[in-house]
Write a protein that binds this ligand. Structure first.
Ligand code: DQA
Length: 156
């Protein structure tokens, strides 16, 4: 089994990655950079550990699988950081699943979606998250984890 650096009994931060993010590294590098998803997960895991959180990651190209991952996080995970890819812009099913998750939720994008095509300007998940991080490339994974940790601390 891969060593994830997880420490027993720490709160879990679930990092969710949506469609096509498995292609990072080779997918439109001028927009998304050359780091792979694995690189970003490693960055997020280090940031989570620094805040006393264990990180779990799940990537899927399928809407239903992501909805099920959010449902399975209920009562088990303290926070979700989600880069939903294109589902961000139209998945009301993901909106509803996130609305039903009681923990902290942070929306994340590598690119600045507001500076891109008009259809990317709407996020249907934005109304049900605590906050959003976008436009900072891979550093956004650090910022999103920090935002989630900050919101969790504010709840205690
Ligand atoms: C993205 C932005 C989305 O519009 C796009 O569909 C993606 C990636 C980002 O990280 O910048 O797949 O979520």
């Amino acid at each position: 089994m891969r060593d994830t650096g997880a420490v027993a009994d720490r709160p879990i931060l679930l990092l969710l990655s949506g469609p096509n993010l498995n292609l990072l590294g080779t997918r439109e590098p001028s927009v998304y950079g050359t780091a792979t998803l694995e690189d970003h997960v490693s960055t997020a895991r280090t940031a989570a550990a620094a805040h006393g959180l264990n990180l779990e990651h799940f990537q899927s190209n399928t809407e239903g699988a992501l909805v099920e991952a959010v449902q399975a996080a209920r009562g088990r995970c303290a926070a979700i950081v989600v880069n939903a890819g294109a589902l961000t812009h139209y998945s009301w099913a993901l909106h509803d699943a996130l609305a039903a998750f009681e923990g902290v939720k942070v929306e994340l994008h590598l690119s600045n979606t507001q500076a891109r095509e008009p259809w990317r300007h709407q996020s249907v998940i934005a109304p049900v998250v605590h906050g959003s991080v976008q436009g900072f490339g891979g550093h956004g994974y650090v910022l999103a984890v920090e935002g989630a940790a900050h919101a969790l601390a504010a709840r205690q």
